[in-house]
Ligand binder design. Sequence first.
Ligand code: NAG
Ligand code: CA
Ligand code: CA
Ligand code: CA
Length: 350
Amino acid sequence: MRTLISFGQLLLVLSVFLKQTNAVCELSTGANFQGGTIRVSIEEADTAFGPDITRYRKFIGLTDPQGSVTLTIVHKDLVVPAAVDPSEFILEYLTDVQVAGGGTQTGFFIRPVSPIDRDGNTFSTFDDINILEYTIECKSTDPKSVQGTNFIPIRINIVDINDNAPQFLPASYPEVQILMCTPAGTTIIDAVSANDKDEGLNREIVYGIVPGDGSPADGSTKFSFSSIHVGHLKVNQALLEMATYILNISATDKGTPERVSYTTMTVTIIAGDVTSAGCGCDTTQPSTTHLIATQPSTTQQISTQPSTTQQIATEQATCGPPSNSALCTNCRSLNLYAVVSLLFIFSLYL
Ligand SMILES: *[C@@H]1O[C@H](CO)[C@@H](O)[C@H](O)[C@H]1NC(C)=O
Ligand SMILES: [Ca+2]
Ligand SMILES: [Ca+2]
Ligand SMILES: [Ca+2]
């Protein structure tokens, strides 16, 4: 009996001792709290929060009884420059509120006061806000508390949403001129380019040509991109007619849902350096000499200056006998030249 009593007294002493050594703000165990750091993910929002608050309000794993502690976010030396002031976050004690993924939780939660825009103003990733790191100061409200204050690092991962459509750079393209008979597979412009301010798949871009209406100016089947990921536009088939084609070019990101932008491009087929040898061409071999001006230009003319980026083909693909001489302007102008010369000679006799 005496032994039992002393055992009970021992338990009492032990429980009092344990209560006294309980530090404030001890993290509950869980996947969020590795290495003594609170880790939460908060979704970015463009200008307003979405209806699902559990995307922005996160349980931080502290379950000290309500009123027993006060929490404050304080700065620490940041690995990533924090573009968001810690006072932009609210720490609050909530009872039985819904958490992401279902279920409810009681304890301290963190949420931003206003939406956080993860995407910086530029296409560079340097101005993006992906991770914010602060320290939470946890103070006991009991002045007699032995372990009155605790500091806990918190790492907030800002989750990207697909709130930006790709943007073409430049926004519009000058007219592209290519020589008649330019062989199938020839790249005619290698600088179609779009960029996106989001992250990951939300910034990955696929290029395409929107199917046209089938009118004579519809160039959607005449050209294509060598690869959907690269803005190199090529000729699908040798074009034997002088014509002007309009292309509606799309840049689509891989977000869910995806976002898409469009730009138009005009491609004009011009008579090239065709001589009396004729307009017939060997159209079976892609040519490497038909790269056309790819830089924005105020005059929509072919550059006559030799340049690595602004080069117009001066070499015609191997030309055979005329396949359709009616389409050959140079042949016509040669004929015109002959007529004018004859008239001139004739006038000398008058
Ligand atoms: C390009 O195609 C898209 C999708 O069909 C369309 O909304 C847009 O108006 C087109 N742009 C032009 C200039 O035709
Ligand atoms: Ca950016
Ligand atoms: Ca975004
Ligand atoms: Ca995007």
